[in-house]
Design a protein around this ligand. Structure first.
Ligand code: F6P
Length: 470
């Protein structure tokens, strides 16, 4: 059933980049899936207008029609001052909410100014949204932890306007959430929405617990509803996914043979050697230090795999703020140490590529990898797991997936690992490298069927269908 309402989509990041007058669609599943919906419904996408020189226009917004070649909808670019951005995005969102929701409590850092600007920016977004509402047919869809209290400000001005938020990251249990001094305001802000989406049922349950304990809200656990101060909020889980067909198509590229030969030659990989792969933002929740410990132990315990197995780690630079910055140094130092310890002649056990790779190349890399290793210490979903599966067109690779990633609760055929158990992981890696082809094919086939049938388009459809009911 096609979505009939006028969609006002809101996210911190913009769906298009507007650099030096060039307008380009941003890479990534969410944008790929939502851009066509926006084009069809002629809605409006409100986002922070990123870019250096715009900072002096803080508080104002600019509207741009997209896509440039055949304009169908509007991107409303909201300008923020340098201070607002620092406190709202780097500060409250990424130094406070991010580690809190990922239960990495020793990295939680908070300043009053973070919270004050977080609220201010949520209000700026709310005002920018409300200005665009012309009829009761409009519906607002907020994305993620940057906008936890936005719905409350929207409802102050338009109490009848339907709003939904999808929370892309985990929601922690109450014992962790109570670390948050602003917990009441955050919960009340979230409950101003009519629908809240989480990745997993467990996150929904954590949220309902928090609302019940902290606010005394009435919970309908079975129906997935929260009653608070006369308002009803539905709570649902919608596990996010990837554009399966796109990754599959890229992985089937005719250039694949040349690509593999090129990598083997330039990176000194032996012709018969196996390839392991990690692809992550340089983020401590991805468990990169644990992964490196696994590699170190693996090559010490099983030296026969030297020159027979090489691990490629693609690391995508991310948020320019502590502790992401120092984490990068620790990762680099550790790789250097492991490569000196286990490397032989021109061969190194870990090839480190620190860049945001072109998505088409990434799909080919996923295809040629024999193993993908995901060692997140806690992760809302982890789309790398699904991208790898979608690109595994030969169905001969193995996915080693942390049991603490949301994807582990969904994907059949993944081999689950506990990244805290370094010795156990090193042994699982060895047995994965020796697993017979028939077994690998069986598991990967199952995993591919699952992701094919549950792609990002289905995710969008499910949420929109639920939004139609509010
Ligand atoms: O997982 C949460 C998330 O916001 C994703 O939606 C996004 O791709 C990623 O983190 C990157 O974050 P940022 O916008 O801070 O670079």
């Amino acid at each position: 059933m096609p979505f009939k309402r006028r969609l006002i989509l809101v996210s911190n990041r913009e769906p298009y980049s507007f650099k030096k007058g060039k307008v380009e669609l941003s890479a990534g599943g969410l944008v790929t899936a939502l851009d066509p919906v926006m084009q069809r419904t002629r809605g409006i996408w409100v986002a922070w207008g990123s870019g250096e020189k715009e900072r002096d226009r803080a508080g104002k917004a600019e509207k741009v029609r997209v896509p440039p070649q055949k304009p169908a909808y509007t991107v409303k670019r909201v300008w923020l001052s340098h201070k607002q951005l620092e406190n709202y995005y780097h500060g409250y969102s990424n130094r406070f909410l991010w580690p809190l929701c990922h239960i990495v409590l020793d990295r939680v850092y908070l300043k009053r100014a973070y919270w004050n600007d977080y609220k201010k920016v949520n209000r700026i977004f709310a005002d920018a949204i409300v200005e665009e509402v012309r009829s009761k047919k409009a519906v607002v869809w907020l994305q993620d932890y940057h906008l936890a209290v936005c719905a409350r400000y929207i409802k102050e001005k338009k109490p009848w306007l339907a709003t939904t938020i999808f929370w892309h990251i985990p929601w922690p249990p109450y014992d962790v959430f109570r670390v948050c001094p602003q917990r009441r305001e955050i919960l009340e802000g979230m409950l101003a929405n009519d629908l809240i989406g989480f990745q997993l049922d467990s996150f929904s349950r954590h949220f309902m617990d928090c609302a019940s304990i902290e606010l005394g809200a009435d919970i309908g656990l079975r129906e997935g509803v929260i009653y608070y101060k006369g308002h009803v909020t539905k709570v649902r889980d919608f596990p996010i996914s990837v554009n399966f067909n796109w990754f599959e198509k890229c992985a089937l590229s005719k250039r694949i043979k040349k690509f593999l030969e090129g990598i083997r030659k330039t990176r000194n990989l032996p012709a018969d050697g196996k390839i392991g792969l990690g692809v992550d933002r340089l983020d401590y929740t991805k468990g990169l230090m644990k992964r490196l410990e696994i590699m170190d132990l693996f090559f010490s315990k099983y030296p026969r795999f030297r020159k027979k197995f090489t691990f490629i780690q693609v690391a995508v630079p991310t948020r320019k703020v502590e502790p992401f910055l120092s984490y990068r140094n620790r990762v680099e130092k550790r790789i250097d140490y492991i490569n000196r310890k286990h490397g032989r002649q021109e061969w190194v056990p870990i090839i480190y590529i620190e860049t945001k790779l072109d998505q088409k190349k990434l799909a080919m890399l996923y295809r040629i990898a024999d193993i993908a290793l995901i060692s997140s210490v806690y992760d809302g979903m982890n789309l790398v797991a699904k991208e790898f599966i979608a690109s595994q067109v030969d169905e001969d690779g193995v996915l080693l997936l942390s049991e603490f990633a949301g994807a582990a609760e969904e994907i059949p055929g993944a081999t689950l690992i506990n990244p805290y158990d370094i010795e156990g992981c090193a042994d699982i890696l060895r047995s994965a490298l020796e697993r017979p082809l028939e077994d690998r094919r069986h598991d990967m086939h199952m995993a591919r069927n699952f992701v094919r049938g549950n792609d990002i388009f289905k995710w969008v459809d499910n949420i929109l269908a639920e939004m139609e009911t509010i």
